[in-house]
Design a binder for this molecule. Structure first.
Ligand code: ADP
Ligand code: TYD
Length: 199
């Protein structure tokens, strides 16, 4: 089973991914924890924090290429019947680059259609996408004590990112209210996954 964890920065993805992995370890359910961008992704300093369409286009292709390569690793763990937990996946490209590519198209909807077409090269799709929903202000408060930040995190932009996360229909997407305590979120996620794990 392939589980992707999605949400804006500070929604609690990495925390949840680690706790989920620990829970599976505890139950002796084989699993593999990974993330995107992967360790192979080289962030071009010139693109850091850029919000113009051309930079978004470059980033979209780079994230897609990174994902394309990542599939090989994902496949080997899925073939071994492990539960694969991925911190960010395809939805991150759609939500983060989508609003910035919109001006090159007839709006966000068209941009998303185009991104989905390009992403047909990504054959490995999550069975479940756990979307952690939180307002950007609360999420940013959680991050305010983090040292180094990428340039992606202004509230206004994250509102647009969140809007796509909330409204985009993806197969297997389930929304969880991420403003609650992490233990509550974890319990809900495990309750949701439990019957699927037994299959
Ligand atoms: P993300 O991976 O989505 O950017 P993190 O898991 O790194 O988010 O969490 C960001 C910060 O918020 C961390 O300091 C983490 O301890 C804290 N955090 C995560 N989940 C919660 C929660 N449910 N309630 C309060 N703080 C949280
Ligand atoms: P990272 O430092 O890993 O942030 P976090 O720990 O908060 O997830 O940086 C990932 C950033 O890259 C994050 O702001 C989202 C962005 N991103 C995209 O814009 N598109 C993508 O396809 C992916 C995978 C990530």
């Amino acid at each position: 089973m392939f589980v992707a964890i999605e949400g804006i920065d500070g929604s609690g993805k990495s925390t949840l991914a680690t706790l989920l992995k620990n829970t599976l370890d505890h139950r002796h359910i084989p699993s593999f924890l990974t993330r995107e961008p992967t360790g192979n992704f080289v962030m071009d300093e010139l693109l850091t924090g850029k919000r113009d369409p051309e930079s978004a286009l470059k980033l979209f292709f780079r994230f897609t290429e990174d994902r394309f390569r990542h599939q090989e690793e994902l496949k080997s763990h899925l073939d071994a019947n492990e539960v694969v937990i991925c911190d960010r996946y395809l939805m991150s490209s759609l939500t983060y680059q989508g609003p910035l590519l919109a001006p090159l198209f007839d709006g966000t909807h068209d941009a998303l259609d185009w991104m989905l077409s390009v992403s047909k090269i990504i054959g490995i799709r999550p069975d479940v996408t756990i979307y952690l929903d939180i307002d950007p202000q609360s999420a940013m408060k959680r991050l305010s004590n983090r040292a180094a930040r990428t340039g992606f995190e202004e509230t206004e932009y994250l509102e647009r990112v969140r809007d796509i996360y909330r409204n985009l229909d993806m197969d297997g997407k389930v929304t969880f209210d991420a403003t609650r305590t992490i233990q509550t979120v974890l319990k809900d996620v495990i309750d949701y996954l439990e019957p699927k794990l037994r299959k």
